[in-house]
Design a protein around this ligand. Structure first.
Ligand code: SF4
Length: 86
């Protein structure tokens, strides 16, 4: 099957809710500093969550308390898969 190039006028503009803002701001930097300083694992980072700019910008992050791997292997999730500690 041959795919034809999409013409400019055929392109559909993506809805605004599909776009995420780049993580910036004082709150974001504060959360970033705490996470880095204490070498914390967050599902936000491990899962490559697209909401980081919004959540961290509001001063919220969600921690993974037993490491940064998960024993499951869900295809939609970016968290590394591995064996549990212990
Ligand atoms: S707290 Fe926000 S950025 Fe972190 S995983 Fe949940 S939705 Fe994503």
């Amino acid at each position: 099957m041959i795919e034809l190039p999409i013409l400019a006028e055929e392109r559909v503009k993506k809805p605004s809710w599909l776009k995420v803002k780049l993580p910036t701001g004082e709150n974001y930097r504060r959360v970033r500093k705490i996470v880095d300083q204490h070498k914390l694992h967050t599902i936000c980072e491990s899962g490559s969550c697209p909401n980081m700019g919004e959540c961290w910008g509001a001063g919220t992050a969600t921690f993974m308390i037993l490491g940064n791997v998960c024993t499951r292997s869900c295809s939609f999730c970016a968290v590394a898969t591995g064996k549990a500690l212990g």
